[in-house]
Write a protein that binds this ligand. Structure first.
Ligand code: APR
Length: 230
């Protein structure tokens, strides 16, 4: 029997217990920063240094963080399922835990790219500085999808979700589109699981199972439930 397709949408909540701040919880990142100052193309044109400072700081945090039991739980699920992770997170904790198929909808903090040519992408561990340029001579910027920018990875994410036998949502407030709309592409009637410290609103679904717990704790319960329908 081929393994069932388990598609997982993750958000900042899965990395919270690794010490990385979420965006919209109290003390979340958007309490300390304004989106329009650090995460839009206009912010980049107006004050690129401020934008670089924000992402240089977050890159350091990511490098200090370690994957937690929720990230590792998703790796274990690969034994029984054909798992694809669609993450809104720009950290690399799914990769470092060992998950094999990961789509980054909102980019990756450990990459940078030419501000003009979206194809000129490079790995980065240190800071990006003003004056650092890509091969095309253009300023390097974080490889991040900012607000108001297109989300090219949706092209791969939508068919992945549409092919799901089981859909799982972990640690996202489901308020940022188009990511939040992915839920609507699941085939009717498939089991949907949601694991979150505070379950967000999700369209009424008669096969929805909600586990309202921190991700690391809820992962055990989730693995048991999934094991029964593998
Ligand atoms: N375990 C499980 N869930 C948690 C935990 C935890 N330990 N801590 C917080 N959460 C949940 C919150 O209840 C909330 O539902 O994680 C979610 C975090 O929501 P947001 O801060 O809005 O993060 P996210 O949904 O990933 O944001 C989406 O917004 O600003 C942009 O680009 C950014 O990718 C991000 C997007």
């Amino acid at each position: 029997m081929p393994k069932k397709k388990l598609i997982v949408l993750t958000g900042a909540g899965i990395s919270a217990e690794s010490g990385l701040k979420t965006f919209r919880d109290s003390d979340g990142l958007w309490e300390g920063y304004r989106i329009e100052d650090v995460a839009t193309p206009r912010a980049w044109r107006k004050d690129p240094q401020r934008v670089l400072d924000f992402y240089n700081y977050r890159r350091k945090n990511v490098l200090q963080a370690k994957p937690n039991a929720a990230h590792y739980g998703l790796v274990e699920l690969e034994k029984d399922f054909d798992v694809t992770i669609i993450t809104q997170n720009i950290d690399n904790l799914h990769e470092r835990a060992g998950s094999t198929r990961i789509l980054h909808l909102h980019g990756e903090i450990l990459k940078m790219r030419s501000e003009r040519d979206t194809e000129l992408v490079y790995e980065i561990n240190g800071d990006i500085k003003l004056g650092d340029t890509a091969e095309d001579g253009c300023q390097l910027r974080p490889h991040i999808v900012w607000f108001e920018e297109a989300v090219p990875m949706m092209e791969q994410a939508v068919p992945a979700v549409a092919s799901a036998d089981i859909f799982l949502v972990i640690g996202t407030s489901l308020v940022v589109y188009p990511a939040a709309g992915l839920v609507n592409y699941t085939r009717p009637g498939i089991p949907v699981f949601i694991l979150d410290k505070k379950i967000p609103y999700i369209k009424n679904n008669d096969r929805l199972t909600a586990i309202e717990k921190p991700a690391t704790e809820g992962m055990e319960e989730l693995k048991q439930l999934l094991f029964m329908i593998r």
